[in-house]
Every structure is written in C-alpha cells, then in structure tokens.
Ligand binder design. Structure first.
Ligand code: ATP
Ligand code: MG
Length: 562
C-alpha cells in the first residue's frame, strides 16, 4: 500500500535485447552434416570445445554432499545412455518416459534419449500409478527409465496395463561402463519431435503437448533475454523436470548456454534453499510464486541469516506473482523478483520483466523480442483485437515462435481450436497498460462475473495478501441468484495468526477498502492449506467444486493426492 508502482532497473543494466530469433539461431552449432538436435547443442558441442571441463550439473543429493558432472563427463554418460536405449531398439519417433527423482541419471536419460532421436517425456516422480499409466498410454511409451524404488512403489502394479511399453530400465542396474563412450547422434531436424510435456492439470485433465528440437532456439534466446543468463553464471531452476519449466530451463537452456546448473534432489525447505543460494553462489535463480510464498511464510528474518553476494537475478513463473512478493524480494534479497509468463504450450518464456527494463510489481512484463502478443475477444467470425490500454482481453500470441507446441497428443481438434487464423489463443485473460506492460487478470475459466463486473481472482488475492496475516489466498465465484456470482476467498494464515471472526471482519474491511464493494469478497473462509497442483498452482476449480459439492474431476496432479 502506498508503494511506488515501478522499480527502476539498476544503473548499468544489461544491453538492449536483440530483436527476433535470428541471433539465437546463429549461436547454435547445428549437427555435423545438417539438422538440429537439442542434446548436441546442450552437451556435445561444449564437451568438444572450451567448456569441456566446466561443470555442467552440480548435483546436491538430498542426503548431503555434492557431485559435479563436467560437460565432458555428461557427454560420455549421455552417449552410454543413448547406446543402452538404442540396444533396446529405441529409434526416431519412439517415446521414452523417464520417472526418476532429481538425480543425474534423469538428466542423462533425457539427453541420451534425445541423442537416439526419441521423443522424451520426463514424469514427476511423485505421481501415483494411475497418473503414470494414463500418461504412458497416451504417449504410447516404448521404454520407461526409472529407479528400483519407484518401480516397486508405482510401476509394478500397473505394468500389465501399459501395452505399448516394451522395456523398463532400472537406472541402478545399468552396467553403462561396458558401453562405448561416443555415440553418433541421430540426424534430427528442427521439426522432429523432442519432448512430450503434460500440462499441470490446473483447469482439468492434463494435456500432452508435443515440442520439437527447433524449440531450442527459443530456449536459448529467452534464457538470455528473460533470465539474463551469461556464460559464467551458476544457475538454479527449482522446477522439477516433470514440468515444462524444469525441462526447458532446468535442462535445455542452461546447458545450451554452457553454464553450471544446480540440481537439488531434496524437496522444498526454506533453510536448505537459502543455504544453496548462499553456498553455491547461485547467480541466477528461477523459481515459482508458490516457493516464494512459502519463503515469505517462513519470515524475512530467516533470509537475513544468510548472504547472497553472488545473486544477480531472480525470476518467477507458474502463477501470477503478487506485488507483495516482489516487494518481499527487495527486502530479503535486495532486488526485485522478475515475473514472467508462459505455458506448457508455448514451450518457453513469452512475456517477462527483463533485466533491461523497469519492473512493475504485479505485472508479468512485456513480450520478449520475437514474440508478438495481443489481447483479443473471441467473436463469431474469429477474433477482434483489443487496442485500448487497460481493457481486458484474452492473451494471444502470433503463431510461429520456435518453441510453439506442435499438437496436443491425441486431441487434434482441441489443438486446432486453440488457433484463430495465425493467432494462438492462450486461455488467459490480461490487460496491457499504456507502457506496453501486460497484467494478468485470471484464467478465462476462473474469471468471476458478478453484477455485471468481470473480476479477476488475482487482483482480489493480491489485495488480501497485502494484509499482514495472510499467507495465501484463492478466490472463486460462487453462483448467486441475484448477481450471477459472488466473490468468495479462501485464505491461509501466516504462522503467528489464527482464524477468528474478528480477523475475518478485518480482512473483509481491508479488501473492501482496497478493491471497493463490487470487487471485494463477500465471504472469507479460513483454510489451513489451499489445494494446489504438484507444480505449486492453486487449484481454484477444486475450491469451487468442493464449495458447490460437485465432482472434483481429474486430481492426478493434486499435491498430496495419490
Ligand atoms: P492445465 O492447462 O492442465 O489446466 P496449467 O495451465 O496450469 O494446467 P501450465 O502450462 O503448467 O499448466 O501452466 C501455464 C499457466 O500458468 C498459464 O496459462 C497461466 O494461467 C499460468 N501462469 C504461468 N505463469 C504465469 C504468470 N507469470 N502470471 C500469471 N499466470 C501464469
Ligand atoms: Mg493450461
């Protein structure tokens, strides 16, 4: 409250960004003899050059200690993995699933499979048997790479129900040492499939998005533009490779840039995370609002026990980043957290607060060079463009950016429906201000229609989060015969606060003062935790289904679920 709306970029902030994708395209080597393969750009080209002995992955086991893998070592390991998979008959067009915790073998399997020309789908290791089976069957997986423990706990039970699966590889019983340490990479082209990524399932049944090797052009360009990645960086992307962020920016982009990437096997723990940032001298940190909110919940005092002299740039993705979180970044780290926006479907960052621009807390930033964004309304004849600043519309992107998904697996019609002419319609609503910054309003499905107003849950949640008692808020529309929908907020509290009628009244009054009576919630319910996806997103559709006593729908990605 009463805070400035702009955080100026520091003096001497980075160079202006290059326009378009050509510079990134030119920076890639290409396969000897033509073609493009992500694993070649990410590993082999560095292993054969000046980066050979540079650390590619610094693995931090959950049990403590660390293991470094240089680019040369990663090249050998991925080559052996490629041989192993080739020996099982894996060839171009086959789909390899990888189900491991964040261990080096996961990275080696993913890159080794790409070297074979296979399409890879990393799965989140906390999934239960059913979600695994659904995804593997949808992707017609031929090989599953996993660990002994995960096999016993999750795979064995459903093995008989996965008819396309020919082999299960246990990474603890590989016998890689006997395999050759060089491998002729499959001659893939930019349009060949590389990854199959499942969406988070926030709005319904997860969709399988197909991505191609050429997406690397966008991964490379956007890591420089939106994450300010430079050659000497120590980069930490906290997302699991089971989600697109953990692959695009946890595997592909940092390796393609030849930087050192931190891989932490353990789950979130505030103190552990601060220690990693400090001790590993992380310089660029890419994380998510849910993690930031958990750090906020632990209190800024904990952050102050550590120091982060190496930390130069912090970015966040996955959900809208409340302005309060950006301000908290200033307090805890002495720098803002840079929100950026993208989706599984876009394959890479599209809209961002970059190091080269002033940050507007609460805004997701501006389209990156090469990305053409617009706000549109769907009309009978297609779409109409929203031009006026501050007016709301559906966020659309002009098709043609390199990491655009090439299909929803098995859902051709659904894919087609995402496009109107050459615009891809994202399903998210946003506004653009006079300076060209985009502001997230809500998912089209989540927007609340109340007494003729369209209310974005994000605005209401952010206002609630300004109150010192509030750790997290999830806002839904509840059907109402008079006004269509009334705004209802579910609120979880910070550790020193407990629910009471008095606090509820305070929150209602605070929201009304900030938002006005038309937009402020009419009801507030306290909840110990809010339902979220395993990738950390608040599942408003579940809050709503539970409120209305309706079926919960697909809960395969629900945190704490089966
Ligand atoms: P599903 O499509 O299965 O419902 P999902 O949309 O959550 O799940 P993802 O592709 O992982 O799956 O998430 C992309 C979505 O996350 C975006 O469409 C947007 O709604 C939200 N999102 C991501 N980053 C931001 C951001 N910076 N600000 C606001 N929303 C964001
Ligand atoms: Mg989505």
């Amino acid at each position: 409250m009463g805070r400035p709306t702009l955080i100026r970029k520091p003096p001497g902030a980075p160079r202006a960004l290059p326009e378009g994708w050509d510079e990134a395209r030119a920076a890639l080597a290409g396969l000897p003899g033509g073609g493009l393969n992500i694993a070649h750009e990410a590993v082999d080209r560095h292993a054969a050059g000046a980066c050979a002995s540079h650390v590619a992955l610094r693995w931090l086991p959950a049990a403590g200690g660390r293991r470094d893998l240089t680019y040369a070592e990663l090249a050998r390991l991925t080559n052996r993995f490629a041989h192993l998979l080739r020996g099982l008959g894996v060839a171009k067009g086959d789909v390899v699933f990888v189900l491991c915790g964040r261990i080096p073998e996961l990275y080696a399997a993913v890159l080794g499979a790409l070297k074979c020309g296979a399409t890879v789908s990393p799965l989140f290791s906390a999934f239960g048997p059913e979600p695994l089976k659904t995804r593997i069957n949808l992707g017609r997986g031929k090989v599953l790479v996993t660990t002994g423990a995960l096999y016993e706990r999750k795979v064995k039970r459903v093995l008989g129900d996965m008819p396309t699966l020919q082999h299960v590889v246990n990474v603890e019983e590989l016998g890689l040492d006997s395999l050759p340490d060089s491998f002729p990479i499959e001659q893939t082209s930019a349009e060949d499939a590389a990854f199959l990524h499942f969406t988070s399932g926030t709005t319904g049944m997860p969709k399988g998005a197909v991505h191609v090797h050429g997406a690397l052009v966008a991964h490379y360009a956007t890591a420089a533009a939106a994450l300010d990645l430079r050659p000497d960086d120590i980069f930490w992307c906290t997302a699991d490779p089971g989600w697109v962020t953990g692959t695009s920016y946890g595997i592909v982009a940092p390796l393609a840039h030849g930087v050192t990437s931190i891989v932490d096997e353990a789950e979130f723990d505030a103190e552990r995370w601060y220690r990693i940032l400090q001790d590993e001298r992380v310089s660029v940190w890419y994380t998510a609002p849910t993690a930031i909110r958990m750090l906020m919940k632990a209190g800024v005092g904990l952050a102050k026990k550590f120091s982060f002299p190496g930390l130069r740039f912090i970015a966040s993705v996955g959900e809208p980043l409340n302005p309060e979180a950006v301000w908290w970044g200033m307090e805890a780290f002495g720098q803002p957290i840079h929100d950026n926006w993208w989706q599984t479907e876009t394959g890479g960052i599209m809209i961002a607060n970059t190091a080269a621009m002033d940050v507007k807390p609460g805004s997701m930033g501006k389209p990156l060079p090469g990305v053409q964004a617009a706000l549109v309304h769907r009309v009978e004849t297609g779409i109409s463009l929203v031009e006026a600043p501050g007016e709301e519309g559906e966020l659309a992107l002009r098709a043609g950016w390199p990491s655009m998904f090439r299909g929803y697996l098995g859902q051709e019609e659904r894919y087609r429906k995402c496009f109107a002419g050459d615009w891809y319609l994202t399903g998210d609503l946003a506004k653009r201000d006079a300076d060209g910054y985009y502001w997230f309003v809500g998912r089209a499905d989540d927007v609340i229609k109340s007494a003729g107003h369209l209310i974005g849950p994000f605005e209401v949640e952010s206002a609630l989060m300004e109150h010192p008692a509030v750790a997290e808020a999830g806002v839904i529309g509840k059907p109402d015969p008079m006004v269509g929908e009334v705004v209802k907020a579910f609120v979880s509290l910070k550790k020193d606060f407990s629910p009471s009628d008095d606090l509820r009244m305070q929150l209602l009054a605070h929201a009304r003062k900030r938002l006005g009576a038309a937009v402020a919630p009419k009801e507030i319910e306290f909840a110990a935790v809010l339902p979220r996806t395993r990738s950390g997103k608040i599942m408003r559709r579940l809050l709503k289904a539970r409120e209305l006593g309706l079926p919960e729908g697909d809960t395969s990605t629900l945190e704490g679920g089966a």
